[in-house]
Design a protein around this ligand. Structure first.
Ligand SMILES: [Zn+2]
Length: 339
């Protein structure tokens, strides 16, 4: 009945609380992006408002409305873009006005259901004023209202807010579980399911969005191709790539970190192949190439590259000169072999 996959410990905790009518009045769901925090929150809202004997049924009018985000008593609060002007930019934080509005809505009785639920998506983005305002709301519980805060990192939230919520951690799933779910529930072909499961690092939501959006895999393929080209390239080409990445970094830091993460994953896979653990690599579709390439490097060389990539990522986070950092990284790559 619960649609969240693989979080059986968390689900049974909530289920027991539901049965005993002992739900907390505020929860903090903590877990990596796309692990299922929102799905779990909506499922709990369904369980609380379901009209069937064994909630959440997923089929009654109430359950369906909640699934479509059309239930008057279940509201999602998150980043909103300010649509007033032509230069509208998404706000970087959840503002106090949103929390005040929520506070007001929470003071009214349920409109069509049995319980009200307010889901704060990306709670780490609450502005200081908004967090303080929320704190007051959490300190004065009202009946039939449940607040659920979703976050990837609860250390970015004020401790005072965290302490007023019951903390529920959603760990990443085992990749085998993601693979099996993609196969049985989404009809994804076996090889693709295996690859997406590994690339998802246990976050099913990412894997599901990748099954419906080929551009994610396409982008990965292009980045990997560039990576392999760089390994086989001379210094001139490598420096050109470093310059290009440095320019990208000034526009979008996250994008360059993503590329470095991909590099790291690739070299870790080379290491795994080298030490005879090829069965647990991430890039399963590149196994043959990894096996061929690994023959051309010593384990020490591979480890040194991994260290260099990690160091580069760390230096970029600490605002070192991106061009310099990336050039040093390019210099540390050994020459190409056995493509
Ligand atoms: Zn239902």
């Amino acid at each position: 009945m619960w649609q969240v996959v693989g979080q059986s410990r968390v689900i049974s905790l909530l289920q027991r609380s539901l049965e005993k009518e002992a739900l907390a009045h505020a929860y903090l769901f903590v877990g990596p992006p796309h692990v299922g925090k929102m799905t779990l929150a909506l499922n709990l809202a369904q369980a609380l408002n379901c009209e069937a004997d064994e909630p959440p049924c997923g089929e009654c009018a109430s359950c369906q409305k909640i699934a479509l985000a059309k239930h008057a008593d279940v509201q999602i609060i998150g980043l909103v873009s300010n649509g007033d002007s032509a230069e509208a930019k998404p706000r970087a934080e959840i503002g106090i006005d949103q929390i005040r509005e929520m506070e007001h809505a929470a003071s009214l009785p349920p409109f069509e259901g049995k319980h009200k639920m307010f889901i704060i998506d990306g709670a780490e983005l609450l502005s200081t004023e908004a967090a303080n305002c929320l704190l007051k709301t959490l300190e004065e519980p009202v009946g039939k209202v449940i607040f659920i805060l979703l976050t990837t990192n609860d250390r970015l939230l004020p401790a005072t807010v965290v302490s007023r919520c019951q903390r529920v951690e959603l760990p990443p799933l085992a990749t085998g579980e993601v693979e099996a779910t993609l196969d049985t529930s989404w009809g994804v072909e076996q090889q693709k399911a295996k690859l997406l499961a590994r690339l998802s690092h246990g976050c099913l939501g990412w894997a599901i969005s990748a099954t419906g959006d080929d551009s994610l895999l396409q982008q990965r393929a292009e980045r990997l191709e560039r990576l392999v080209d760089t390994i086989h390239a001379g210094y001139e080409e490598r420096f050109a790539h470093a310059a290009q990445l440095a320019t990208q970094f000034s526009q979008n830091r996250g994008l360059v970190q993503e590329i470095l993460d991909l590099w790291l994953q690739f070299w870790r896979d080379l290491m795994l192949v080298k030490i005879g653990c090829g069965n647990i690599i991430t890039n399963v579709d590149l196994e043959a190439m990894l096996v061929a390439m690994a023959k051309g490097y010593s384990l020490a060389q591979i480890k040194a590259v991994i260290n260099s990539i990690q160091a580069a990522g760390e230096q970029l986070r600490q605002n070192a000169n991106p061009r310099l950092v990336l050039e040093v990284l390019m210099l540390s790559l050994p020459g190409g072999s056995g493509r």
